[in-house]
Design a protein around this ligand. Sequence first.
Ligand code: SF4
Length: 411
Amino acid sequence: MDLGIYIQVPFCQAKCTYCNFHTGVFSPSLYAPYVSAVCDEILNHRALYRQAGVDPPPAEWVVDTVYLGGGTPSLLAPEDLARLLDAVRTQFPCAWREATLEADPETVTPQKAAAWRAAGINRISLGVQSLEDRELRAAGRQHRRADVFAAFGRLRDAGFENLSFDLIAGLPHQTVASWETSLAGLIELRPEHVSIYMLEIDEHSRLGAAVLAGSRKYSADRVPDEDTIAEFYRRACQQLEAAGYEHYEISNWALLELDGAPVERAGPSRFRSQHNQKYWRRQPYLGFGAGAHSFNGRQRWANGHDPAHYVAALARGQLPVEQLEEIGRQQALEEAIFLGLRQREGIDLAALEAEYNVSFAEPVSRLSSAEWVTFVQGRLRLTPAALTTANAVLVELLEGLQPVRHTQVAG
Ligand code: SF4
């Protein structure tokens, strides 16, 4: 069995206004002790898991993906990143085909890029978010458009052949014209992978709270409305497809190597995120670090998200596990629908119905009449029109699900 490893680095240079993650600005003097605590967790995970009621994965599972996310893991000294990867190599059989580092553009130097390669990282996910300086400034980002182009060149020079860009649709001051500028700049650089997230408005970010309060703080009054954000997303879908990207998950695109062949004939892109596909396919992954989530196939759990508490707990020989849950059949089915339908290849509904002894006939018939879902080669998919309202469609699908009653036929 293959295993994914996620390592959480919760440190940022500044807090972006729209950010609702458990990350923050901490003194750099905490970075090295934090890395030591994560190495401890990795090296002693079997004993720590047992103590916390978690089943360790079988020792023969092979690590095939690693993902260093955050936060801004590119803030760490390259030696600290190498220490983390060495701890993984020491503790698990490893044959990773993908090792991703999330990086902010302004943190990429030629020296760091070379050191990342030497440490075994082969993919960089750049937090671009926008290529318009006005939007970047309003969002509290530390980089500007020119930094993205510089970082891209440095990463290519260092030999990275698998780069991903994140964009956010819905930043304050974004207009159709400025969104087109960001998309055009991205397509000009042609990274191998693109993620586009629609701005989330909730009380957990400063911008979200300002929007909900009707305030103008953080340019909250310049956040585009929902219809405009949906229009940004549709334009991205069209333009990325025209530029040769495969739309393989609601928020993710991977570059196809077409060599003149039509898009329809291309197989799956080799630039899909191998690590993130594990989340959507319910495959096992272990998360290390403050706030990291894990799934071993039967249990899900998360570490407490406060980095200082995390370091202190590890120093006492304890893992601060929170939210440990055993995944029952109903939850496994709901996850399979919710996560599976995020992927554009959809789900094998007949196989799920047989495995879980349920029928989706009624909601599927209703949702397909409304053109929210469709069958393609026997697999149920969301239609393009459903992609911007996917959660509502998925809830409706699950609410209509019926248990199947087997009747005994007298022979
Ligand atoms: S860099 Fe990322 S994690 Fe850090 S504050 Fe900004 S959005 Fe949040």
